[in-house]
Design a protein around this ligand. Structure first.
Ligand SMILES: Cc1cc2nc3c(=O)[nH]c(=O)nc-3n(C[C@H](O)[C@H](O)[C@H](O)COP(=O)(O)OP(=O)(O)OC[C@H]3O[C@@H](n4cnc5c(N)ncnc54)[C@H](O)[C@@H]3O)c2cc1C
Ligand code: FES
Length: 508
């Protein structure tokens, strides 16, 4: 049976439109099958692809800021003039289309040649940059170095067997069976050779010699660097209870972890997820999509209350229960004996598969051994440089001075890691860019996305606009009368506006 094609949205732009056809300065139309977004901003009219290059978010629903547009789904930002993905999570530019004015009509008929990204400072540094880590921060840094036309050597060392992948997908669509494996790599295998990025997989760095300026792998190879980026990420906390080393007990960080879970899930009737963390609950949702019975055992009273508060915690619990998840809260697993899990409360559960999602800890060993300043993470300055000149850190390991909260923070968010990798790349080239992005993360549970901007480890009160149960809400986390974070469900524009207001320090 042939798949029914939805016709592309809006008017045929080759026939022309007028400014009266725009709504709020925007118009979606098409050229052939390609949907195009026209944006009137300042004196200019821009035409770019209508969908975000990350997960295809509809840019027409995004936020225009000057000559850029931010995606409503995960806050990527694109330059409307060049199409460049200036802020992660999107890394691929939008195509830019030519707008031709004929009288009062505007026509779009063809693409521009892809404009070059803007080079934002000096790139005269020509030495070798070594990146330890092939995850969010490491990849984004390598890609940005080449985008900024860095002409020196880039060596990226990763102790993973897989090239950089879209890690957030490992607990979402890929685990649920609704995304194919070829969605996962951040770039095709050929990209690295083409871009001159010497990606060395299965390369475990065991030490840094800050005097000789080299890193050493467990095979004994010493690789010299002129600038070094540490982006070693975090590792899942492993349980130390009896039986936690059995083959059906897994944590979830790498593609290999995810594939092992999928393999077991295909023959499993029941899974127990230990820990009601984001990753644990996303894994629970994904396993439900595979028709596996799921029990979640966690010590807290409400899932995610510590990060999102009681009301959103209750909502998330109910949402999972509606999908058949059974919670065993205020309880823990104290032993795993084959398929039998013993609970602290005295009961027991049977499980063919156990997923442990009890948090992660930053991988700090290398930085500690090298004598870098550490404060519950690798201490970096506003330019993401560590206490040793020439060594930078980004992603889950970095604790940086967050200009919005005025405190040093460390977070475990995909987008923050990528953006820090990009900023560190610029600073390794000498561009002196302070990292000032407001933290952002998203989490997906069934068809409910939760977006979160800012950072609030504690709060005095939470104000709720809209209605959580109706999945249409915005929660503001306040301390001393100031909003430090905003969580939302299906209020994407408001979430983008809150992010912008925090950047401008104008949120109340
Ligand atoms: C399943 C899952 C789902 C997630 N979903 C979301 C989400 O929806 N939203 C969100 O905001 N965040 C999410 N996160 C968190 C997000 O993925 C991390 O914050 C992000 O990957 C951190 O990037 P990083 O570069 O610091 O570390 P990583 O991406 O973990 O990369 C670290 C890299 O360093 C390598 N490495 C470590 N030590 C060494 C060494 N000694 N030598 C060589 N290589 C080394 C590792 O192999 C890895 O390649 C999720 C995480 C997981 C695991
Ligand atoms: S779909 Fe646009 S940022 Fe994810």
């Amino acid at each position: 049976m042939e798949e029914e094609q939805t016709p592309p949205a809006g008017p045929d732009l080759t026939r022309g439109v007028t400014l009266d056809d725009f709504t709020d300065g925007r118009l979606v139309g098409h050229v052939g099958d390609q949907e195009i977004l026209l944006v009137r901003s300042g004196k200019g009219i821009f035409a770019v692809d209508a969908h975000c290059t990350h997960y295809h978010g509809p840019l027409v629903d995004g936020l225009v800021v000057g000559d850029s547009i931010r995606c409503p789904w995960h806050h990527a930002c694109f330059d409307l003039a060049t199409g460049e993905a200036t802020r992660a999570p999107a890394l691929t530019p939008l195509s830019v289309w030519q707008v031709e004015h004929e009288g009062s009509r505007l026509f779009v008929r063809r693409k521009h040649d892809q404009p070059k990204p803007r080079i934002e400072g000096p790139v005269d540094f020509r030495g070798r940059i070594v990146i330890v880590g092939g995850g969010a921060a490491g990849f984004a840094a390598a890609e940005m170095l080449r985008r900024q036309e860095f002409g020196g050597d880039i060596v990226m060392l990763s102790n993973d067997a897989a090239p950089p992948v879209d890690r957030p997908n490992l607990s979402k669509d890929y685990l649920a069976g609704s995304a194919p494996e070829d969605w996962l790599p951040l770039r095709s295998d050929g990209f690295y050779a083409e871009a001159g990025i010497d990606l060395r997989l299965n390369s475990n760095v065991v030490s840094i010699d800050t005097t000789a300026r080299s890193v050493v792998t467990d095979r004994g190879d010493a690789i010299a660097y002129d600038r070094l980026l540490l982006a070693t990420g975090a590792e899942p906390v492993r349980l130390t209870i009896p039986g936690s080393d059995q083959p059906h007990v897994h944590t979830l960080r790498t593609l290999a972890d995810c594939q092992a879970i999928i393999k077991l899930a295909s023959g499993a009737q029941r899974a127990v997820v230990i820990g009601a963390s984001f990753i644990g609950l996303e894994a629970a949702a994904a396993l439900r999509a595979r028709n596996v019975e799921v029990h979640v055992v966690a010590p807290e009273q409400r899932p995610m209350e510590r990060v999102l508060g009681a009301d959103l915690g209750d909502f998330i619990r109910k949402l999972h229960e509606e999908h058949g998840v059974i919670f065993h809260l205020e309880d823990t697993v104290i032993a795993i004996d084959g398929k039998r899990l013993t609970l602290k409360s005295g009961g027991s559960l049977q499980a063919d598969l156990v997923v442990v999602g009890v948090g992660v800890r930053p991988r700090l060993t290398l930085a500690e051994q090298a004598g870098l300043a550490i404060d519950r993470g690798v201490t970096v300055n506003a330019f993401l440089e560590t206490s040793v000149a020439g060594i930078f850190a980004a992603g889950d390991i970095a604790r940086w001075p967050d200009p919005y909260s005025g405190t040093n923070i460390r977070v475990e968010h995909w987008v923050v890691a990528q953006r820090q990798g990009q900023t560190a790349a610029r600073n390794m080239l000498g561009q002196r860019k302070a990292f000032d992005a407001v933290p952002f993360f998203w989490s997906q549970h069934y068809d409910v996305p939760i977006n979160y901007v800012g950072h609030a480890e504690k709060w005095d009160d939470i104000t709720i606009e809209g209605d959580i149960a109706s999945r249409d809400c915005l929660l503001k986390y306040r301390s001393n009368g100031r909003v430090f974070a905003v969580a939302s469900i299906y209020r994407d524009l408001a979430s983008l506006q809150a992010e912008l207001a925090m950047e401008q320090k104008a949120l109340d």
